[in-house]
Every structure is written in C-alpha cells, then in structure tokens.
Design a protein around this ligand. Structure first.
Ligand SMILES: NC(=O)c1ccc[n+]([C@@H]2O[C@H](COP(=O)([O-])OP(=O)(O)OC[C@H]3O[C@@H](n4cnc5c(N)ncnc54)[C@H](OP(=O)(O)O)[C@@H]3O)[C@@H](O)[C@H]2O)c1
Length: 312
C-alpha cells in the first residue's frame, strides 16, 4: 500500500508516469441532471478525489458544474482531483476521436483529462444517435473501423497533451492483449465489472504484471438485491468488523489491488462508502473463496449498456 494502511488515501501509479489514480472513485452514471450535481458535490465534500464520467451518460455538463463549484468552495486544485472521460461507441472512427474528446472536455469545463477510455471495444454506426438500431431493433455496428484504429487516434490525444493517459473499458483479456501488443502507448487503465461474484482474476493478474490500473465498476454489484451486498459471507464479515456490507465489498476491492467506482445519490452513503478500512487477512481470504459467479452487466459482449444504476 502506498499510503500506510489507510485505504481512503491509497493511489495507484499510471504506467506512463503521468500521475496516480486515487483508488476510491466516484461514478457519475446518474440518470437525473439535478441528482448528478448534488451527488458529485457530496462525493467531493466527503473526500473523494476521483471522478468517472462518460459522454454516454449525457450529464458531463452537470458533473463539470459540480466539480467547478466544489473545487472553488473547498479550495481544491484541479491537480488534486483525477477525472476520467470515455469515448462512446459511435465515435470510434479516427477522425471523430479528437472532436468527441474536445466536446467532452468542453462540457466538463476542464482543460485536460487524467485518463480517457474507449468506453467499449465495439464501434457503432458513426453519428449523433448514440444507440443506432436497424428496423428490427438490432444495434448497427461499424465494420469499417477496428479498435486499433481508434486506439491510434487516442494515442495522438496523449501526444498532443490533451489527456495524460488512455485506456480501455468493458474489455476482455484477449481483446486487451491485441491492443497491448500493438500499442505504441500502452493502456494505462482497464475499467471492467468486478466484485466477489466476478473477480476477473486472470485479467487482474495481467494488469498487475503490466502495471495497468484495474478499475472495478459495480463493486457493490450495481446495488442489486439479491447480490454481493446480501452475500452471507459479506454480511457475516460486516458484523464481525463492525462495518456495513458495502464497506466490506469496497475494502476487499481496494485490498486486492484494484481501484473502484461506486455511485450513490445520497450524502450518507457517500460518507459510508468513503469510510473504509483494511479487512483482517482471514476475512479477505474468505471473500476470495466465495464460489458464486455472476456477471451483472452484458455490455462487455455487445457494447450496449446492460444496466443503468437505479436506487432501490
Ligand atoms: N464502463 C462501463 O461500461 C460501466 C458500466 C457501469 C458503471 N460504470 C461506472 O461505474 C460507476 C459505478 O456504478 P455501479 O452501479 O457500477 O456501482 P455500484 O456502487 O456497484 O452500485 C451503485 C448502486 O448501489 C447503491 N449503493 C451505493 N452505495 C450503497 C451502500 N453503501 N449500501 C447499499 N447500496 C448502495 C446505489 O444506490 P443509491 O444511489 O440509492 O445509493 C446504486 O444503485 C458508474 O457510475 C459508472 O461511472 C461503468
């Protein structure tokens, strides 16, 4: 651990030396504009310094507004926060990458991004419709562009100093290997679904070997019930260590060497999710032995967002 045993302060270095990602990240996949502003401010106020955004979430303006206001009110410098953006599937054609990036930057009101990810490895028909479908309702994919073409255009963004690092999301190990082997600028971050029911151990091992930050989304299983939050191993450990099941799941993710993204619209849960501490080794090992396997989000197989977080 880089910051003693305080998981809340833990950061993971990016493999191109451009910075460090705070392990605890806040995701902004929040369908409502006003809720986005309030939730992003709450997250900043409780101490979170890592924010995940995407053009697909259609709320970059609100995220940017909340960040500007929060930074100004808290005397926090831009350099003190870490901001991720994501290129949507309809902008994979090389000539669309820079304009899409610039548009995101403008909406966020920022001068640079810490990391820019290809949101999924799937290219959709280029255009303004983020969800292009044929008459039968099937997604229209763009067969004319490869992920490597898109990656090369993303590498140029780093060359021009517009984003500090680049990475991939919703990617499998085999697809990651193809890019890794051909890339001039290696992926610095991989963002995928991960929780005790989907530990993605092989991918995590590869990322650790190559110094790629493994950034877990759905660490709380998207908040779904039943799900990891109700798992008997998790709830028993929570009682034992006097933490909540959510805090146990987040601590496990941080302790196994991943960064993570969690989302909540409430200030109380933002505080709860930031207040994590190291689990005893036996508890950590017990979570690693959970046998249940479940993928909650099918985006990795189709490029279509499989789940929009909903409060219960
Ligand atoms: N790359 C991708 O394709 C992709 C896909 C999905 C998500 N993401 C990113 O990952 C971020 C995280 O979202 P997620 O759904 O994956 O995260 P998650 O943290 O696993 O689940 C969030 C859900 O859990 C609930 N929750 C939050 N804190 C809780 C707590 N302490 N106790 C009980 N329930 C709690 C929230 O409800 P309340 O709001 O009611 O608290 C929300 O419904 C997204 O915002 C987005 O940035 C990326």
């Amino acid at each position: 651990m880089t910051e003693g045993s305080d998981l809340r302060l833990k950061r993971l270095p990016l493999n191109n030396g451009s910075g460090q990602m705070p392990v605890l990240g806040f995701g902004t996949l929040i369908p409502d504009a006003a809720a986005t502003i309030a939730a992003t401010r709450n997250a900043l106020d409780v101490g979170l310094r890592h924010f995940d955004s995407a053009e697909r979430y259609r709320n970059e303006r609100e995220v940017g507004e909340a960040l500007q206001a929060g930074l100004a009110a808290g005397g926090i410098a831009r350099e003190d926060i870490f901001v991720t953006g994501k290129l949507w599937n309809t902008n994979h054609r090389p000539e669309r990458v820079e304009p899409a990036f610039e548009a995101s930057l403008k909406r966020l009101g920022l001068e640079y991004l810490d990391v820019y990810l290809a949101h999924t490895p799937f290219a959709f028909q280029a255009g303004d419709d983020q969800d292009p479908r044929d008459q039968d309702g099937n997604v229209i994919y763009d067969k004319e562009v490869t992920l490597l073409d898109t990656w090369r255009a993303m590498e140029s963004l780093v060359d021009r100093g517009k984003c500090r690092a680049i990475g991939l999301s919703d990617i499998t190990l085999s697809k990651l290997l193809l890019i890794y082997e051909s890339a001039r600028i290696k992926p610095a971050v991989v963002q995928v679904e991960a929780h005790p029911y989907l530990p993605e151990t092989e991918l995590l091992d590869f990322c650790k070997e190559k110094g790629i930050v493994f950034l877990a989304f759905a660490p709380l299983g998207h908040g779904m019930r039943p799900g990891p939050l109700d798992d008997p191993v998790i709830t028993a450990i929570a009682s034992q260590v006097e933490k909540t099941p959510a805090q146990v799941l987040l601590a496990w993710a941080a302790q196994r060497g991943t960064a993570l993204l969690t989302t909540t619209r409430t200030a109380a849960r933002a505080r709860e999710n930031f207040d994590i501490s190291v689990l005893p080794e036996e508890a950590f090992d017990e979570i690693n032995r959970i046998k249940t396997r479940q993928r909650l989000n099918s985006v990795v197989t189709t490029g279509v967002p499989g789940f929009i977080a909903q409060g219960r």
